[in-house]
Design a protein around this ligand. Structure first.
Ligand code: NA7
Length: 510
């Protein structure tokens, strides 16, 4: 539990001997809480601005939503699940998995729902963070785990007239299940990871579906499979089989990784060939194939996985629009060739604001320095987790820790382990704080940015890149490499401060 202070009175009611605040009840925050519990550390509170856990999997409920990483790999290694219904589980099943973990570990009572954290500041004297909620309540915590996620807030395109549309507007990440698409004329803007799932899912229902494509994307076969009851029983009975399946999927993605992240045209060509063969098998019309064929290097944007997306364009009611969108008008989408595409609804499959680019809310560390000041030239952290001047603050899924080729949870688990070791040290040795040394952080990031020129990502525009073209999102290398380097907390890399005997340490008082 976190010690709580009334913002108005400044009084402290400490509820735990080493209060830890976890911000975000998605995969990262819940995983962290489980590992804390397993370590016998109970003094944590989870904050989430929404009314339910799950993060991405709570928010993305659009038709067809699923993970594009196999579930045996996209789940927590310390919470194996033999019951996945298929190779690539749908979003609701992943959400149910997270809900199951919350019940199993009795976490619900530890979560403060509908609590938006709007600010945090560090007190050098006490070694405590004060985090403030939107309601003006203050909480003290010795350690903060920032598990707010990187792709959270839906991005709407900057298209003139968007507000004027008189039909229904739906973003994939905020699906309105009360709106019935059956028999409607629907336009989908975007051809990314969400679009390739939503298009085939709604195509059979709607009267007409127009997909507005700005950039065609590389799509590879998904080869999804339903897991039989027999197989699930077997996996439950012999957990080693599940571990083998996980390891197989993980190592396959690692082996294929260089084809996706390296700027190696010969390797990219292999991926491109696979994808083009897929295109040929799904779309008969050569002109349509030409329009769907990407021109950028394989892996430069996220490689999409679908057995159905390209095939959707073979349906009589689905069409591809490649003319640039000019504006949105009350009755539909107007394209640059002068055509007005009359629509009843527009689905925005236009992705997310890149949360990683800035502090999630004002965060003030040592010497009154804000995280946004530290990140003025791009978000940087030591191994994506700790930022010099912001002691006892651990980020999950932070800068340069995203993968383009494998499960993000592999990275998150390494971060959880690192944070847990730091927490143990702080708690067991009665330390005030650990603060990553600036030179260690700088050296690490020079290495990370130095590697970017060997990666494929600078070769095209994508959400991976910041406005200045730098990449503060993805990890330039193998997941295994990251895990080996980030899994353990090395105290010598951190500046360590002891608690002053006379500091009047409020948060530790109880
Ligand atoms: P993405 O991958 O960011 O895709 C957004 C799509 O929307 C992409 O095709 C964009 O085209 C398109 N877009 C964005 N703005 C516009 C405008 N103004 N006009 C036309 N088209 C536009 O988002 P997703 O939700 O699909 O996936 C997000 C991530 O979530 C994904 O990578 C996974 O990691 C999980 P563009 O390619 O920029 O030309």
């Amino acid at each position: 539990m976190t010690s709580k202070t009334s913002a108005a009175s400044g009084k402290t009611t400490a509820e735990g001997d080493f209060p830890i605040a976890i911000i975000g009840a998605g995969f990262g925050g819940i995983g962290m809480a489980i590992q804390l519990k397993k370590a016998g550390i109970e003094s944590f509170t989870i904050f989430d601005r929404a009314g339910e856990v799950g993060g991405t999997w709570r928010d993305n409920t659009y038709p067809g939503a699923a993970c594009d990483v196999p579930s045996h790999a996209y789940s927590l290694s310390f919470e194996p699940n033999p019951k996945w219904s298929r190779k690539y589980s749908p979003a609701d099943e992943i959400q149910n998995y997270i809900l199951g973990l919350v019940d199993k570990w009795k976490l619900r009572g530890r979560i403060r729902f509908n609590t938006d954290i709007v600010g945090a500041s560090f007190d050098d004297t006490t070694g405590a963070w004060t985090i403030r909620t939107g309601d003006g309540e203050d909480f003290k915590a010795r350690v903060v785990i920032s598990a707010v996620g990187g792709l959270v807030d839906p991005a709407y395109p900057d298209i003139p007239g968007i507000e004027s549309f008189e039909g229904k507007k739906i973003h994939t990440a905020r699906w309105d299940h009360d709106y019935d698409l059956r028999g409607k004329r629907v336009g989908v803007i975007g051809t990314g990871a969400s679009a390739v799932q939503v298009v085939p899912a709604i195509a059979p229902e709607v009267a007409e579906l127009e997909v507005f494509q700005r950039t065609p994307a590389w799509v590879v076969p998904k080869r999804d499979a339903v897991y039989s009851d027999r197989l699930k029983k077997l996996l439950a009975r012999f957990p080693v089989l599940l571990r083998i399946s996980r390891a197989f999927k993980y190592w396959t993605s690692e082996l294929l990784g260089p084809m996706i992240f390296l700027d190696a045209p010969r390797l990219s060509a292999v991926g491109e060939k696979l994808s083009l063969a897929h295109l040929e098998s799904q779309v008969k019309d050569p002109e349509l194939r030409r329009k769907l064929r990407p021109e950028f290097q394989f892996g430069c944007k996220r490689v999409l996985v679908s057995d159905e997306y390209w095939a959707s364009f073979e349906r009589g009611n689905v069409s591809l629009e490649c003319e640039a969108i000019d504006e949105i008008r009350p009755r539909g989408i107007h394209t640059r060739d002068g055509a007005l595409h009359e629509l009843d609804a527009i689905v925005f499959a236009t992705g997310f604001e890149l949360g990683l680019a800035r502090a999630p809310f004002p965060v003030v560390g040592r010497d009154g320095r804000s995280l946004d000041e530290s990140w003025a030239e791009g978000a940087v952290a030591y191994k994506g987790m700790t930022v010099s001047g912001f002691p006892n603050w651990f980020i999950l899924m932070g800068p340069n820790t995203g993968p383009g080729h494998t499960s993000v949870l592999v990275y998150t688990e390494a971060q959880i382990s690192h944070a847990l070791q730091a927490i143990r040290k702080l708690r067991d040795e009665g330390l005030k704080f650990v603060d990553i040394r600036q030179e260690v952080q700088d050296r690490y990031n020079e290495r990370i940015q130095g590697r970017m020129k060997y990666m494929v990502w600078p070769n095209c525009s994508s959400w991976y890149l910041s406005k200045d073209g730098s990449n503060h999102s993805l990890y330039p290398g193998f997941a295994s490499e990251y895990v080996v380097s980030a899994h353990n907390f090395h105290p010598e890399e951190y500046q360590i401060a002891e608690l002053d005997a006379d500091a009047g340490h409020e948060a530790d008082a109880a």
